[in-house]
Every structure is written in structure tokens, then in C-alpha cells.
Design a protein around this ligand. Structure first.
Ligand SMILES: C[S@@+](CC[C@H](N)C(=O)[O-])C[C@H]1O[C@@H](n2cnc3c(N)ncnc32)[C@H](O)[C@@H]1O
Length: 267
């Protein structure tokens, strides 16, 4: 028996494209009905479907991880340029606040496609997020990954000091006071993935400040730190990177022309 039509789901309030996606995703009528109800209740489509593309990867996503964003795909391009510049033959990468694993796993995968065998430490304060990242690594056959449950650098093994050729992060950078004015769909994502305390007179800059100040001792001589930040945090990010003693500090623009990606290089 045929299931509900796209038109009938649109009549219930779904956008046409979403109705088509859900029909394609859920062959079983009961599963489809559950998915439609979740979506109509406001849950992000990505969580309802349970996976989402990021660069060349299809990633499992659920309510324990941030939904990977298109602007973070641009960060991966910047990170690949930094890795090429550093020239490490088998780069060691640290992904701080890995969430679904999006950044680090995409980097490993794309390096491998270029014949470069990198390794990754994927770190997060959320064990539920680490479980998702681990599933994604296994699903994509990426084995040179270790997962670390840590509050930023606190539980990283000291033997890793001065060992990373690239540190990447898309940390929380939204101020608590800004949350109410943002897209209500953010309320479905983990608050700890989004909201950061203020620091250095800059709203939502607290986690970035800790990462920029703490990264250098974990980085090799020719390593770079590549961090996503909020559109109003560029000056604070550059000042923090200079204060931390990085030799080359740049802020890259996203496709919308806003400076959003800090690069801080040791050499
Ligand atoms: C904005 S999300 C980024 C997730 C993923 N890297 C991405 O780009 O899609 C930030 C991540 O940082 C983690 N996080 C927040 N505070 C942290 C902390 N103090 N130490 C380590 N990880 C933290 C959150 O659990 C979340 O997974």
C-alpha cells in the first residue's frame, strides 16, 4: 500500500523539499509518521534523519552533537592549506571539541585521498558526543583516531606536548545573552556546544581565550592553530593569538565576507 504523498505532508505543514527527503529516508510508514511528527514539533531535520553530509562524509548526528555547519567546511579548507604549508609527512592533528568528529575526520579522510596518512586526537568534554564521533570514525573506516574525554587540554596526556602539527577547533562562542535572539532551532542542540562565557571584554569569547592561550605548548615547531570564531570576535582572537606568542596571525573571511577563521602559526 502506498504511504503518504509529498502533497499530504506539505498540507500538514512540511516544506516540499523536507517532505520529499523524509519520504525517501523512511520506507516504513510508522517510521515516517514518527519522523514527520518530530519535524512538525520543531526538531531539526538533521536529527530527525539522523545523519548529515559534511565535506565528503555522511555523518551520524543526534541531539548530543552540534549539527555540522557549512562555514565549518570552509575551516577544513584553511586547515588543509596550513597542513600543506607545515609539510609534516604524517601530520598529527588535535580536534578540540570534536562533536560529531566533523572537522578531524574530514581532514583525515581528505589527507588520505591525497596519499597522506595523518593521525587524529578527537577531544570533547561530552562523552555522548565522543560516542557519536567514534561511530563516525568506524563508519568511514578511519582507524588512526584516539578519543579523549577532556575539558580542553586538562586531561591530554603530557607525552603529547609539542606533538601536534595542527590544532583545530570550532568551540562554543555564543554568549548566553545572545541565545534568545538566535534561530529557535538552536534550542535543540546541546547548550554546551554553543554557549561560552564572556572573556577579555568580548561576549562568548571564554572558550576561545582558553584554547588560544593554551594551544601552543601542544604544538610542534611548524604547527598551526585554526579556530572558528564569531563574527564580532575577530579582534579579540587576533589579540589573544599575538599575546600567546604566535609568529603568524591571520583572520580568514568566510564566503559571506566575514572574518571567521583564526590562523595562528608557530613559525
Ligand atoms: C560548536 S561544537 C563543535 C562540534 C564540531 N567540532 C563541529 O564543528 O561540528 C563545540 C564542541 O565543543 C565541546 N565542548 C564544549 N566545552 C568544552 C570544553 N570545556 N572542553 C572540551 N570540549 C568542549 C562541546 O561538547 C561540542 O561538542
Amino acid at each position: 500500500m502506498a504511504g503518504p504523498s509529498q502533497a499530504s505532508l506539505v498540507a500538514r505543514g512540511l516544506a516540499a523539499r523536507e517532505a520529499r527527503w523524509l519520504i525517501e529516508e523512511f520506507a516504513d510508514e510508522a517510521d515516517l509518521e514518527r519522523a514527520v511528527s518530530r519535524r512538525l514539533a520543531g526538531e531539526p531535520l538533521q536529527y530527525v534523519i539522523g545523519h548529515w553530509p559534511f565535506r565528503s562524509l555522511d555523518l551520524v548526528v543526534n541531539e548530543n552533537v552540534l549539527i555540522p555547519r557549512p562555514e565549518t567546511e570552509e575551516l577544513v579548507d584553511v586547515a588543509l592549506i596550513e597542513l600543506a604549508r607545515g609539510g609534516a609527512p604524517a601530520p598529527r592533528i588535535l580536534d578540540l571539541g570534536c562533536g560529531s568528529g566533523a572537522i578531524g575526520l574530514a581532514l583525515l579522510c581528505e589527507l588520505e585521498a591525497r596519499g597522506v596518512l595523518g593521525s587524529l586526537v578527537a577531544l570533547d568534554a561530552s562523552s555522548a558526543a565522543l560516542a557519536v564521533a567514534q561511530r563516525n570514525a568506524v563508519a568511514h573506516g578511519l582507524s588512526r583516531v584516539s578519543f579523549v574525554h577532556s575539558t580542553w587540554f586538562a586531561s591530554l596526556d603530557v607525552s603529547l606536548r609539542a606533538g601536534f602539527d595542527l590544532v583545530v577547533s570550532n568551540p562554543p562562542y555564543v554568549a548566553a545573552s545572545e541565545m534568545a535572539s538566535l534561530d529557535p532551532v538552536l534550542a535543540h542542540e546541546p547548550r554546551a556546544a554553543l554557549v561560552a562565557p564572556d572573556a577579555e571584554a568580548t561576549a562568548g569569547f571564554g572558550d576561545l581565550a582558553m584554547i588560544i592561550a593554551g594551544a601552543r605548548e601542544w604544538m610542534s615547531e611548524r604547527a598551526s592553530l585554526v579556530c572558528e570564531h564569531g563574527a564580532s570576535q575577530g579582534e579579540a582572537a587576533i589579540a589573544a593569538a599575538r599575546a600567546a606568542g604566535f609568529a603568524r596571525v591571520e583572520d580568514h573571511r568566510d564566503l559571506a565576507g566575514r572574518a571567521r577563521i583564526l590562523v595562528a602559526a608557530c613559525a
